[in-house]
Design a protein around this ligand. Structure first.
Ligand SMILES: O=C[C@H](O)[C@H](O)[C@H](O)COP(=O)(O)O
Length: 233
């Protein structure tokens, strides 16, 4: 579920600090959400000042924003991202890295394959996103016809699925790829085990657990940015 606790100034500091890590000639996975949007805007300004950068968007929204602010775009067919900058709904440190819950904006399917393809994943967040342990719910994108069987499988795993409703239309949220989202609440879970079980469920397109993918987390605060680097395992 989308957490809305952090201030926009904290999100901006995180986004700008991560964008600052991008170097000339790099291809950047452009995450989705209000925090990643600040990184995209910063990359637009950097491109304007002469930085050679190309972005691979993870959603309709990040593509639109990148176009508006002047980040040149490319695709996974043409390039591999050197780095991805993406937000998160929850961040929890683990040995050797971080576990994330993503998908509050229903973009986690594209985010997962773009973030996974990047050499480095930089997460941008505010302190309200730090969690230990992860609490969820876990967004699960499903093929629309498969919703009842995926919901039954989630209940078998001990979860309670809720079809995500759209805010400004009657009916459910439909993802950029035409899928539905089940927000699945669990009363405590092991991220690796749950991730594997959800990935193995027929009808699941992608889920919002990103285990061990992130290399660093930029946490914007009211007066600066704290950078959490993945600790050695
Ligand atoms: O589907 C959306 C994404 O996973 C976002 O990166 C995540 O929800 C965080 O968004 P925000 O920075 O707006 O809190």
């Amino acid at each position: 579920m989308k957490r809305t606790g952090g201030s926009d100034a904290a999100k901006r500091r995180a986004g700008e600090a991560a964008a600052d890590r991008v170097t000339d000639g790099q291809v950047v996975g452009l995450g989705t959400g209000s925090t990643a949007a600040h990184a995209i805007r910063a990359l637009g300004r950097a491109a304007d000042s002469g930085l050679d950068v190309r972005g691979i968007p993870t959603s309709f929204a990040s593509r639109q924003l990148a176009r508006e602010v002047g980040v040149p775009l490319t695709t996974l067919e043409e390039a591999t991202p050197d780095v991805a900058i993406d937000g998160a709904d929850e961040v929890c440190e683990r040995p050797g890295g971080f576990d994330l819950v993503k998908g509050g904006g229903a973009a986690h399917t594209r985010e997962k394959y773009v973030d996974s393809a990047a050499d480095d994943l930089l997460v941008v967040a505010d302190p309200s996103k730090l969690a230990d342990p992860l609490a969820g719910p876990i967004p699960v994108a499903v093929v629309p016809d498969a919703r009842p069987v995926v919901a039954a499988a989630v209940r078998e795993l001990g979860g309670e699925p809720t079809l995500r409703a759209a805010e400004h239309k009657d009916g459910p949220v439909v993802t950029d790829d035409g899928n539905l989202v089940l927000d699945c609440a669990f009363d405590g879970f092991d991220p690796d085990e749950l991730s594997a079980a959800l990935s193995a469920t027929p009808g699941v397109v992608e889920h919002g657990l990103f285990c061990g993918l992130a290399d660093a987390v930029f946490v914007g605060t009211e007066d600066g940015v704290e950078v959490l680097e993945a600790s050695p395992e």
